[in-house]
Design a protein around this ligand. Structure first.
Ligand code: OOG
Ligand code: NI
Length: 269
C-alpha cells in the first residue's frame, strides 16, 4: 500500500468513530480551504509486543525518520515523533507509549492479560493501526479500574490501535490566518474546545500553537452492556518559522500534555 492510500484508510477508520472530524473538515472545505494534515498520533503500551518500536516499524518502512522524543512524567508516558524526509504531504507521526511498570500491579495485570489474549502475529501486522481494538469485548469494570490510574490506559483498552487524532495544518488554510480565528469558527459551529491549559496551547516563542476539540462520545459495547465512551478528536496546529527561516517541525511537551486530555472522560460536561 502506498503512503497516500494508507493515510486515506487511516482517515476512514478514524472519521467513522469521530463524526465531528468529518463535519469540521467539510465545513472548512465549504469555506474554500484545502485541508492538509500536520500530524497524526498513535497511542500504545510499552509492552515489547506493542511498544513504539513495533508501532513505528511500518512508518520507517515508508521512509519516515525518527526525530524528537518527549517525556510526560505525571501521565507516565514517553513519546517520539517521526517525519518523512521527502514527501511533504506525509503528515508527521507522534507515537506515545504508556510506561506500564510505573503503574500498580493490578493495572499491569489487566493490560498483560488483554495483550495475552491476542495472537502475537496481530501486533506485527503492518496494518495494526487500521484495526482498532484487536482484543475481545472489554469489561466496564476493568475500564473504570484503569481510569482511576490513567485515562490513557482506559482509553487505549477500549479504543485500541488507531490514529487518535488528525491535525489540520492551519498554515495551509486559505480563509484563516490565525489559530484563534479557527477556534472562533469551531465554537460558532457548536464544537467544544479542550480548554485544559487554555484554549491555545503554546505560543510564537515556542514556534507552535495548538488547539483541539473534545473527543466525540460514542456507544461502546462492554461485557456489562453499552456505555458512552470517548473516541477520537480533531486538532489544529499553527507553526512559526525558527530563526533560520524554516518552520518548526517538532512538538512541545507541555502543550502535548494538555492535548492528551482531549479524550479524558472527565472533561466531557
Ligand atoms: C497525543 C497528544 C499530543 C500533540 O500534538 O502535542 C499531541 C495523544 O493524544 O495521543 O498530539
Ligand atoms: Ni497532536
Amino acid at each position: 500500500m502506498n503512503t497516500a492510500s494508507f493515510f486515506e484508510k487511516l482517515w476512514d477508520a478514524y472519521s467513522e468513530k469521530t463524526p465531528s472530524a468529518q463535519k469540521v473538515k467539510t465545513l472548512l472545505q465549504k469555506e474554500g480551504n484545502m485541508v492538509y494534515n500536520d500530524h497524526i498520533a498513535i497511542r500504545t503500551f510499552d509492552d515489547p509486543r506493542t511498544n513504539i518500536t513495533v508501532i513505528a516499524k511500518p512508518f520507517l518502512a515508508m521512509g519516515y525518520e525518527t526525530k524528537g522524543e518527549y517525556h510526560f512524567e505525571a501521565k507516565k508516558l514517553y513519546a517520539k515523533h517521526f517525519e518523512h524526509p521527502t514527501d511533504s504531504n506525509a503528515p508527521k507521526i507522534f507515537i506515545s507509549e504508556l510506561l506500564l511498570d510505573q503503574f500498580s500491579e493490578d493495572l499491569q495485570r489487566h493490560i498483560k492479560e488483554t495483550l495475552d489474549s491476542v495472537s502475537p502475529s496481530v501486533f506485527t501486522d503492518n496494518e495494526l493501526i487500521l484495526k482498532g481494538r484487536v482484543w475481545d469485548t472489554p469489561s466496564y469494570k476493568t475500564y473504570t479500574a484503569l481510569q482511576e490510574e490513567s485515562e490513557y490506559a482506559a482509553w487505549m483498552y477500549v479504543n485500541g490501535f488507531c490514529s487518535n487524532h488528525f491535525t489540520v495544518d492551519v498554515n495551509k488554510l486559505n480563509t484563516f490566518t490565525t489559530l484563534s480565528e479557527v477556534n472562533e469558527f469551531l465554537k460558532q459551529h457548536g464544537f467544544k474546545m479542550n480548554t485544559s491549559g487554555g484554549e491555545i496551547k503554546g505560543n510564537a516563542k515556542q514556534f507552535l500553537e495548538q488547539s483541539s476539540i473534545l473527543a466525540d462520545i460514542i456507544p461502546v459495547q462492554f461485557a456489562e452492556g453499552t456505555y458512552n465512551i470517548t473516541s477520537c478528536y480533531y486538532e489544529f496546529a499553527f507553526r512559526y518559522k525558527k530563526n533560520n527561516g524554516e518552520l518548526f517541525t517538532g512538538f512541545i511537551a507541555n502543550s502535548a500534555d494538555k492535548i492528551f486530555e482531549s479524550t479524558d472522560m472527565n472533561l466531557q460536561k
